[in-house]
Design a protein around this ligand. Sequence first.
Ligand SMILES: Nc1nc2c(ncn2[C@@H]2O[C@H](COP(=O)(O)OP(=O)(O)OP(=O)(O)O)[C@@H](O)[C@H]2O)c(=O)[nH]1
Ligand SMILES: [Mg+2]
Ligand SMILES: [Zn+2]
Length: 223
Amino acid sequence: MRKKIDIGKKILIANEEYAIRNNQFLAEQKKLCLNMISSPGSGKTTILVRTINDLKDKIKIGVIEGDIQTDIDAKRIKATKAPAVQIETGGSCHLSAAQVSSALKNLPISNLDLIFIENVGNLICPTAFELGEWGKIAVLSVAEGDDKPAKYPAIFAKSKALLINKIDLLAGAMVDFDIKRVKNDVYKLNKDIEIFQVSAKTGQGMAEWYNWLKESVKNIQSD
Ligand SMILES: Nc1nc2c(ncn2[C@@H]2O[C@H](COP(=O)(O)OP(=O)(O)OP(=O)(O)O)[C@@H](O)[C@H]2O)c(=O)[nH]1
Ligand SMILES: [Mg+2]
Ligand SMILES: [Zn+2]
């Protein structure tokens, strides 16, 4: 009797083949590629816009923007003059490696050092779909609550770095958020993860994130 493979598994296997090809392509080209994942509104695009502007003279950044609908985020990126390619998923709550493969063809890869993929705002589903990236970056904003790593562990377990964003809101106890608890919970899931506390709005803490990006680009290029 033929073995039954459920449809979800088949989709993931097909995705994996594209992801491996993207990964090989990016490795050959010595380009750092980071897949940014968070809930809607944690600040992914705001972080990217600030990072692109602040690192303009040091790292050449391109962006693949994933959204269910609209090119609002791609326009925000293009306003910085960085190249951006929009993927409208038409309802799907994650990017697929096949979509990223076509988007990569529309970026001026040879002129870039670093390619960010802003995934669809969703803390769960994008975690399961490898895109061929070198690493995942999780973003958690302090307004979402400090229990999120405990409740949604997969993304924190798989990420190379975590940006705890909107720390400006902690001033004057605008929100309750125990950073120590978050760090403890995240390190329990992933002892190697880098954690940065930032405000993409004020720029606080962003320098450490930039140093890590510069170091990561250097490592890929000297590989
Ligand atoms: N106070 C504060 N607000 C921020 C910060 N970063 C982003 N925001 C605000 O949070 C809102 C959402 O930011 P976006 O950058 O659009 O978030 P996103 O994760 O890209 O959202 P989606 O693409 O829809 O998932 C905007 O109103 C930003 O101005 C921050 O560090 N502090
Ligand atoms: Mg966005
Ligand atoms: Zn999905």
